[in-house]
Design a protein around this ligand. Structure first.
Ligand code: 1QQ
Length: 374
């Protein structure tokens, strides 16, 4: 099924015998190159994460290829932080490139559309930064190796409460983005559980640049901390304006804050930021120090959480392929949902049959411009 025939839809990876190899595990050999699609936001607003994801995934597959037996080719697409481009990229990878699986996209706001398409086409998709509620529930071909924001916030808010003695907070959130709006639901639940009072609640939209009205209300409410659910584009001006206005309360956020790009852009305003996320450079997890060294040497910059999650995805997909030595879509789908306690740079990680990831969150605070475990 691998000839020059392109007019008939018979070469997709759901039933290509050339993608079934011999042996299993480390002995698995597949003759045909296994094509993996990757859709990340390499440009525009979410490029702060997407460029790291591209690098992390490439490094992961480079290492996996070096192990031998299977050769993976990553076909990388840029969704330009747009739902239309993300959808077009998924379509290209599914119909034209006939990939075995897709990693990405970067934002949950894109995944709700693209994963619906992947699900109907029967193509396994593995999210590495899609953290909103409801992502794995899109279908049985949809997985994530991306700590849910619910888990990140359920760790960062109690840790901040304990470290800072919070009793009353302000909540600020972007109600136009699916990820940040979803995180707001979690924030409300966690605050109720923790018995923390909400003295101000304000919304804004992804592309807003002036937050003076919302921040004036926050200043008047005099909270012990500000819980912020925003993408970096809004976070940078918002946090800077908060500090300029005289809001000194610590700011607590989720996994979007676990980014050196954000911290760099905030400069001194980043001090004291509390961040829940999936990975820390300071974690003593298996292979982490080696990953950081190899990545830094290859790309000339240190990795971040988004790079670490994408890197891990290469190993998870390889395990799913090697389980039955089969890189067809159906086999990858069946085996991704059975990853048990893989000891990754993110710590012990597993993916359940519903496609949801299980791993420990890490809470960090930014001190002297660096991430430190809280
Ligand atoms: C999501 C996210 C973003 C912060 C990833 C960059 O977690 O959209 O789900």
């Amino acid at each position: 099924a691998t000839g020059a025939c392109v007019s008939q839809d018979t070469t997709d990876a759901s039933s290509d015998s050339a993608l079934s190899g011999s042996g299993t595990g480390a002995d698995c050999t597949i003759d045909e190159t296994v094509k993996i699609g990757a859709v990340f936001s390499l440009t525009e607003a979410a490029a702060f994460a997407g460029t790291y994801q591209q690098e992390g995934l490439a490094l992961g597959f480079e290492e996996v290829n070096a192990a031998g037996g299977i050769t993976y080719e990553v076909i990388q697409e840029d969704d330009k932080t747009s739902v239309e481009d993300s959808t077009a990229a998924f379509e290209k990878l599914i119909d034209r490139d006939k990939v075995s699986a897709i990693v990405g996209p970067t934002l949950s706001g894109m995944a709700f559309t693209t994963y619906t398409d992947a699900q109907s086409a029967g193509v396994p998709a593995l999210g590495v930064s899609t953290t909103a509620e409801g992502i794995p529930e899109i279908g049985d071909y949809i997985f994530r190796a991306s700590l849910p924001e619910e888990v990140a916030l359920a760790a960062s808010i109690p840790a901040a409460k304990e470290a800072l003695g919070l009793t009353k907070v302000a909540v600020l959130y972007d109600n136009a983005d699916e990820f940040t709006a979803s995180a707001f639901n979690t924030i409300s639940d966690v605050l109720t559980e923790e018995g923390i009072e909400v003295v101000a609640e304000e919304t804004f939209e992804t592309a807003d640049t002036d937050f003076s009205a919302q921040l004036t209300s926050v200043l008047e409410a005099d909270p012990d901390a500000v819980i912020l659910s925003a993408l970096p584009g809004a976070t940078v001006p918002l946090v800077k304006q908060a500090r300029e206005l005289g809001i000194e309360a610590p700011i607590v956020g989720g996994n979007a804050f676990n980014s050196p790009v954000l911290v760099g852009a905030l400069e001194t305003a980043a001090e004291g930021l509390i961040v829940g996320g999936a990975w820390s450079a300071a974690s003593d997890t298996t292979g982490n120090a080696e990953f950081i060294a190899n990545y830094t040497e290859k790309y000339g910059r240190a990795p971040d959480q988004f790079a670490a999650q994408a890197y891990t995805a290469a190993y998870l997909l390889d395990q799913a392929v090697r389980a039955d030595c089969d890189a067809n879509r159906e086999a990858i789908k069946d085996n991704l949902g059975q990853i048990l306690e893989y000891d990754s740079i993110l710590g012990p990680i597993s993916i359940d049959e519903n496609g949801e990831v299980h791993q420990e969150p890490v809470v960090q605070i930014i001190q002297d411009g660096a991430f430190t475990i809280l």
